[in-house]
Ligand binder design. Structure first.
Ligand SMILES: [Zn+2]
Ligand SMILES: [Zn+2]
Length: 319
C-alpha cells in the first residue's frame, strides 16, 4: 500500500501518493488532506472551504479571501514546494516529492513579461499541465514587443482626442496593462481597484470617479463600468487583451474596436518546450485541447502522455 499512486480528475485534481492525499485546485477543500491553490482566478478557487488551511502563495490567499469572502490561511506541507508559474500575481506551480515527483502547473506562462518573470521547467517524473492553447495555430507574439505596440496605439488614440477602455480580467491582465501603460493618464473600476489594493501593485491607479474630461485610459473588468465614465467624454475605443484574439472564429472580439493577443498562458510551442525541459516520463494534460495536445506530445517528443478526464482515474500504479 505504501508505494501506491492514483491520479484522478475529481474535485479539481486528486493525487494519492504513498498514503497522502492531495487536492490540486479543489472545488471544495477537504480536511485531513493537502489542499493546493495555484492562483486566485475564480475557476481555480474552492467554492466551499471545509478546510481553512491551504497551500498557496500569500497573494493568492489574500485575493481568495477577498473574492470569496472567506477566511483561508496559509500552511506548509512537507515534501511540497512551490515555483513561480508566471501566470498572474501570486500564481505558483506545485512539486510533490514523495518517493517520486509530480509537478502540477495550474495555469502557467513561460514568457518573461515587463512585470513578471515566466515559469521555468522543473525536473519531474510526472507532469500534470494545463493545455489551454495546445494547438499549433496558437503562437503568441513576444510580450515585450506587444507592450510597445499597445503603448503606441494608446498614445495615438489619446492624441486623436479619444479615450481608451481596456476590458480585461481584474486579476492579472488589469495589472499587466496598468504596468505597461505607466505614465499614461490611467483610471480603473472598483473591482480592479480592490485587486490592486491587495497586491499593492501597481503603485497608484485612481478610480474612474476621479477622471475629468481629458482623454484617458480606463481599465475595467466589465463593460457595465462604462456607465461611470465621466460625462461629456466622446465615445472611447474599446480594447481587449487575450490569447483568443488570434482566433478570428471565436466571435469573442465582436464588441471590441481592438483586441491584442496578450496572453497569460503558454502558446503551443511554449507548452512543448516546457515538457522537454521537465523531462517527465508521463504527462497528464488538462484544460483546452487536452487530448489533441497529449497526442502531439507523444508524436513530437516521444513522451507518454494522456488527457486527464473528469471523474475517472487516469493513473493507478504501484512503483
Ligand atoms: Zn488563470
Ligand atoms: Zn484557468
Amino acid at each position: 500500500l505504501k508505494d501506491e499512486l492514483k491520479i484522478s480528475a475529481e474535485n479539481g485534481i486528486h493525487v494519492q501518493l504513498c498514503g497522502r492525499s492531495y487536492y490540486l485546485d479543489p472545488k471544495r477543500t477537504v480536511p485531513g488532506t493537502a489542499n493546493f491553490i495555484s492562483h486566485a482566478h475564480t475557476d481555480h478557487l474552492p467554492r466551499r472551504s471545509d478546510e481553512k488551511h491551504v497551500i498557496a502563495s500569500s497573494e493568492t490567499v489574500a485575493l481568495a479571501n477577498m473574492r470569496l469572502s472567506a477566511d483561508l490561511m496559509r500552511t506548509d506541507e512537507e515534501g511540497l514546494s512551490m515555483f513561480e508559474a508566471g501566470h498572474v500575481q501570486g500564481s505558483r506551480m506545485a512539486l510533490i516529492e514523495r518517493g517520486l515527483s509530480i509537478l502540477y502547473t495550474g495555469d502557467f506562462c513561460t514568457r518573461d513579461k515587463l512585470h513578471m518573470r515566466g515559469a521555468r521547467p522543473v525536473r519531474t517524473d510526472i507532469l500534470i499541465m494545463e493545455s489551454t492553447y495546445g494547438r499549433p495555430c496558437y503562437s503568441f507574439p513576444d510580450p515585450i514587443e506587444l507592450s510597445a505596440v499597445i503603448r503606441d496605439w494608446c498614445a495615438d488614440t489619446l492624441e486623436g482626442g479619444r479615450s481608451v477602455v481596456f476590458n480585461v480580467y481584474p486579476l492579472g491582465k488589469a495589472q499587466e496593462i496598468e504596468y505597461m501603460l505607466s505614465g499614461f493618464p490611467l483610471f480603473c473600476d472598483a473591482s480592479v481597484h480592490r485587486h490592486n489594493a491587495i497586491l499593492s501593485f501597481p503603485s497608484e491607479v485612481p478610480e474612474m470617479s476621479h477622471a475629468g474630461r481629458e482623454p484617458a485610459v480606463f481599465i475595467v473588468s466589465s463593460l457595465k463600468s462604462l456607465s461611470s465614465l465621466p460625462r461629456g467624454l466622446s465615445r472611447p475605443l474599446i480594447a481587449g487583451a487575450s490569447g483568443w484574439a488570434l482566433d478570428s472564429r471565436s466571435g469573442r472580439t465582436s464588441t471590441l474596436d481592438e483586441n491584442f493577443p496578450l496572453s497569460d498562458h503558454c502558446d503551443y510551442s511554449d507548452l512543448l518546450a516546457f515538457v522537454s525541459g521537465c523531462e517527465p516520463s508521463l504527462v497528464l494534460t488538462t484544460h483546452g485541447f487536452s487530448e489533441e495536445f497529449a497526442a502531439d506530445i507523444k508524436r513530437e517528443l516521444g513522451t507518454e502522455a494522456r488527457a486527464l478526464k473528469d471523474g475517472t482515474v487516469s493513473l493507478s500504479a504501484h512503483f
